[in-house]
Ligand binder design. Structure first.
Ligand SMILES: *[C@@H]1O[C@H](CO)[C@@H](O)[C@H](O)[C@H]1NC(C)=O
Ligand SMILES: *[C@@H]1O[C@H](CO)[C@@H](O)[C@H](O)[C@H]1NC(C)=O
Ligand SMILES: *[C@@H]1O[C@H](CO)[C@@H](O)[C@H](O)[C@H]1NC(C)=O
Length: 412
């Protein structure tokens, strides 16, 4: 024993005498032994040595997971908190999403540690990343994370960042760290169900009926709303809308139409519940998994979204919670179906069956991504296998936005 106590200079242990069990001081020595073990644990926890350093301590000490520190290097669209609302995030945030690991601390303060090379990982936001404003020194074990929520059609050339990043944090479902525009979670829980590859959805309740929903529907006096700021797009959604307008009325809010409603206001969202039957969630590009926040945000209101995008929607929302324009051959077929629902309230409200089982967390759903970062940094397999993006451009772009719209609308 003295050998170890000398080595670690754990003062009290030096006084432990060899135990002599035959004397009547047996009890006393038992207490002393227990006391010394307790003291040993106490000092062991104060010092930072790990169980591996010492075969004697190994069976007694539950090795605490070393803290991982993660630095957010750039801002996130000018926001130092990266839309998290807080300058730093740690255990509490990770616990809030029931993350299996909590030994991570996130900060945007690069003075938090005395040298940036000491951060376990550094996250960089693509749109605000400048090649010659990156840390001067990099420790070989540091994980660099590329963060981006933009569609490839909007992302600049990234060839100057070849062999620079270890992880991608992006909306695409094959990213290392999923960074979604919204989440579907089980009701009364924080458990995320989607976006995900092949989520296990509950079976659609075809008999769904709800008196309250019917009342909300009866109050709706308007047809379709569209909030839009980019009028000419890669997906040519503007043409699809134009063709739809031949057969139905669409109120266009924002830059590209006559209606006005202040962006991001509660009033505009409420209007969807109060007035409109349908909401257009048409993406500006038809890319893999590209489904933006407007869809998730609208799902928190009582309105049926009509989607037009390049995603496999089953990976994003419960079945029968939206109408997919690409499920129709022609614009007329689509509009016929919308009219059918408008005239059949009981069929219309069936689109809300999912609310019995799921709820939507609108943008931003940052905490889930933080949990995924923490899981990766704790994943020894990942750390050992080494992971480098040698060609970030092709990971981002190649064949990611080639989807053809199924519904015919370009040359009617
Ligand atoms: C940070 O650490 C690196 C690598 O150990 C070293 O080269 C560099 O000088 C340090 N920077 C500062 C500001 O101390
Ligand atoms: C629908 O509207 C578009 C654009 O205004 C027009 O070019 C097209 O001919 C119309 N199609 C039908 C079937 O009415
Ligand atoms: C991260 O990327 C750097 C630079 O390419 C590389 O040297 C390092 O080995 C990578 N680390 C891991 C854990 O993959």
């Amino acid at each position: 024993m003295s050998h170890y106590s000398d080595r670690f200079k754990l003062g009290p242990e030096k006084n432990v005498k060899p135990l002599s069990l035959s004397t009547k001081g047996k009890k006393f020595f038992t207490y002393l032994l227990i006391a010394s073990i307790v003291i040993l644990f106490y000092f062991a926890s104060l010092r930072n040595f790990t169980a591996d350093e010492n075969i004697f301590l190994r069976p007694f000490i539950v090795k605490p997971k070393p803290m991982k520190n993660i630095l957010f290097w750039s801002k996130y669209f000018g926001d130092t908190t990266w839309y998290s609302g807080s300058d730093e995030a740690g255990k509490e945030v990770l616990k809030s999403v029931e993350c299996p690991v909590t030994n991570c601390f996130f900060t945007h303060d690069y003075n938090f540690l005395d040298n940036v090379t000491k951060f376990d990982a550094i996250a960089f936001h693509g749109p605000e990343l400048i090649r010659n404003i990156v840390p001067l020194n990099r420790n070989q074990n540091q994980i660099y994370i590329f963060v981006d929520l933009e569609a490839p059609t909007a992302v600049r050339d990234l060839s100057e960042f070849e062999n620079f990043f270890n992880l991608t944090m992006h909306y695409r479902l094959d990213s290392d760290i999923e960074f979604d525009y919204g989440k579907v979670v089980a009701i009364n829980s924080v458990k995320a169900i989607a976006p995900s590859k092949n989520p296990n959805w509950m079976k659609v309740d075809e008999d769904f009926y709800d008196e309250e929903f019917l009342k909300i529907f009866e109050k709706k006096k308007k047809n379709i709303a569209w909030f839009v700021s980019h009028c000419e797009t890669f997906s040519r959604r503007e043409l699809l809308v134009e063709h739809m307008q031949n057969f139905t009325t669409i109120d266009i809010y924002g830059q590209c139409g006559p209606f006005k409603c202040p962006r991001f206001s509660d009033k505009c969202s409420k209007m969807l519940t109060d007035d409109y039957k349908f909401y257009l969630s048409f993406e500006n590009s038809l890319c893999d998994d590209y489904v933006t926040e407007k869809l998730f945000n609208s799902m928190t209101e009582f309105v049926i979204p009509i989607v037009f995008n390049g995603a496999n929607m089953n990976n994003f929302l419960p079945p029968k919670s939206y109408i997919n324009a690409n499920d129709f051959e022609t614009v007329e077929d689509l509009v016929d179906y919308l009219n059918f629902l408008s005239e059949n309230p009981k069929e219309y409200i069936k689109y809300f069956w999912w609310r019995q089982y799921y709820k939507i967390l609108p943008h931003p759903v940052f905490s889930y991504a933080l949990c995924d970062i923490c899981k990766k940094l704790n994943d020894e397999n990942f750390i050992e296998t080494r992971h480098i993006y040698t060609d970030l451009n092709s990971w981002f772009r190649d064949k990611k936005c080639n989807q053809q719209a199924h519904i015919k609308f370009r040359n009617l």
